[in-house]
Write a protein that binds this ligand. Sequence first.
Ligand code: FES
Length: 439
Amino acid sequence: MLQTLRHRLEFLVFQLIVCVIDCLSPQTAARIAENMAWLVHYGLPRQWTRYAVARNNLQTAFGNDYSDVEIEQLVYRMWTHLFRTVTEIVQCPRKLHLHSYRQSIEFADFTRTNQAVCSGRRVLVLGGHFGNWEIGISLFGLWGFPMGVVAREMDNPLLHEWFRKARELTGHRLLLKHGNFNEMTRLLEKGGNLGLLCDQDAGVRGLFVDFFGTPASTFKSIALLALEYDALIIVGYTLRLPDNFANFPWPRFEVGCEALIDPRNVTDNDPVHEITRQFTQALERAIRRAPEQYFWVHRRWKSEPRIRRKRDLQRLAGWPKTSACGILVRCLKKDLIMPQRHRLASVSDLADGQGREFVVEGRIIALFRIGDRFLALDGICPHAGGPLARGTISNCMVTCPWHGWQFHLETGQHVLNPRLQQSAFPLIVDGVEIFIDFP
Ligand code: FES
C-alpha cells in the first residue's frame, strides 16, 4: 500500500517535470539542464553523486592523462550531458520525425549500417551508456527498422510503463533484460533484430575483456546470439555535437557505426571471446572521442576476474624486477600456471547417468558419469548460464535444462554449432577418487 502510494507520488512528480520540459524550447531546456548539472555537481554532497566512482573509473580508463582539475571538469560536463539527454528523450517524440531528423542528425560512415540492415540477415545493434543512445535507437524505428530493445525493468511500474510506451512509439518492442531471454531468442528465430547495451557489468560469470586496458566483465550472450543466429553486429553511437540553435531547431548529433562485426569472418579459436573483445574495443574507441558523454558513475569494472592465481601472479610481478623473487617469478611463470590437481569426488558419489556440480577455484565444474567413465565440463551453459550438471544425459551428450543446448561430453563441443566450445577438463580416476587437472 505504502509502496503503491510512493510509486504514484514519484510518477506524479515525474509527469509534472515531463510536462514542463515538453513546453520548453530546446534552448531553454538545455539551459535548465546545465543549471541542474551545476546544482548536482557543486551543490550536493559528493557521496550522493558518486563522485568517487566517476573519478576512479576515469583514472582506471585514462591513468594519469587527466589532472584532478580536468577530472572535476569532465564529471561536471558528464552531468550536463546526462541532464540534457533526459530533456531530449522527453522532447524526442515531438521533435524527431521522419521529415525533420536530417536537421539534427549527421551521419558518419553509415554505409556499413545500411549494408547491414539491407543484408537480410539478423542484426544486433549495440551501444553503451554513451552519447544519446535513445535518439539513435529511435532513428532505427523511424526508418522502419523495428527491433526488440533490451532494457532493465524499473522499480516503479508506472515509470516503467511510461518508458515502455516512449520506446515503443517508433515501433520497437521493449524486452526485459532479466527474464525475457526466451523472447529474445524467439524474436531472432523469427528473423527479428535486437538493440542492446553492451557495457553492463556481467558479474563474476561474465567474460572478461579489456575495456580501456582493464578487464571488464561482459555479457557473452551477445556473441553467442550472433554466432547462433548468424547475426551481424553494429556497434553504433549517437554523439552530441556543439549546439547551433541559431540555425537548427534542436540539438545536433552525429550518428555513426564504429564497427560492423560479421561472425562469419571471425576465425579465432574462441569466437565468443573475439567478438566480445571486438565490440568492447569499438565502444571504447567511440567513447575516447568525447569522454564527457560517457556515464562514468556506472561501475563498469565492478566484478573482478576470479582467477586467483593470476591475481597472485600480478602481485608477484609487482616485486622489483631485479630482485631475486622478481627474476624467479618471471622464470617460473610457466610453471606457476601449469595445471593443478584437485580432488573432485569419490567414484561412489555419482550414479550411472548422473551429473553433479562442484566448485573448483571459484569455477563451477559439471561432473558426469556414464557407466564407468567420468567426464567434466565447465558447468555454466554459455547460452544463458544454465546449470549443465542438471541436464539430461544421453548418447554421451548433455542437454542443458534451461533451453536445450546440447554439448558432447567428451569434447565440450556444441552439437549443432561446432564453433561453440565448452571447456572440457581431463580427469584422473584412481579407482576410488576422481581428480581434475585444472588449468
Ligand atoms: S542456458 Fe539456455 S540452453 Fe543452457
